[in-house]
Design a protein around this ligand. Sequence first.
Ligand code: PBG
Length: 321
Amino acid sequence: MIVRPRRLRSTPALRRLVTETRVHPADLVLPMFVREGSGDPVPISSMPGVVQHTTESMKPALARAAAAGIGGIMLFGVPEHKDATGSGADDPAGILNVATRVAAAEVGTDLVVQTDLCLDEFTDHGHCGVLDSRGAVDNDATNERYRAMALAQAEAGSQLLGLSGMMDGQVAEVRDALDAAGHTDLPILAYAAKYASAFYGPFREAVQSSLVGDRRTYQLDPANRREGLREAEVDVDEGADIVMVKPAMSYLDVLADVAATSPVPVWAYQVSGEYAMIEAAAAQGWIDRRRAIEESIVSIRRAGADAVLTYWAVEVAEWIR
Ligand code: PBG
């Protein structure tokens, strides 16, 4: 026997030297929820360890994230009042825009401060867009709202706009609105291949979503691989600076496809349900929490993600350091 692959597995030092995939703190992005109002942070029961911050309680969390050396944060707003058009989204006094100003002032030079650009946290019906007279999500009217939201986020100091609504043409529309207002250098992260997934379940609690039904008329069918690649290509053509695949673990094939051909960076979002499953199993003692977390993130990087959005970003970065 000449070929013995086990030779390179024999010591920790050798294994470290021949590892193909590394996770660096700078590859990790922390999603953060910020709710309107004061008081203590509110725990999210389906995401143990994750809270809804206030604009005060987020400050020490931001400082810890910066000290851990992660790449950035992705902000989500949890408003007190919602309405049919999601008017809190483009209101400069709306919670997401206020939180963005706070984050940009606190850590804007150390971390890339990113914002979720979608209406679902702000609409009383919970959809990612506005509805037409029949109650269907109106694609083109929604893009008008995204244009306004993009300008509000730009003015609040967001450094990367995360377009997660899955409307057709949203990247081109937002790019046009930004450029017309002089924000030619503000980049767009397109949630290009975002699937209609059950793994968003805990997120709905996190943002107190009012959604009834599902998002299958705009998010992708989990069965479709080719279509995920097509969505990424369309978003690149429309000017996306980074494309994303979401969720991560059940869509590693799509991620690998996109990573193999994308001319721009490819990110993946390890979503709330992925977080909740590992936390729940670990809490039962059924899996080793730290090893499961590390394996999940390295798998997503191995499949082709240049960066990973994960609720464990800071903890993992602290382990690596
Ligand atoms: C929509 C949005 C969602 C998530 C991020 N952005 C929810 C959805 O599409 O239903 C889910 C993130 C997660 O589950 O961690 N603004």
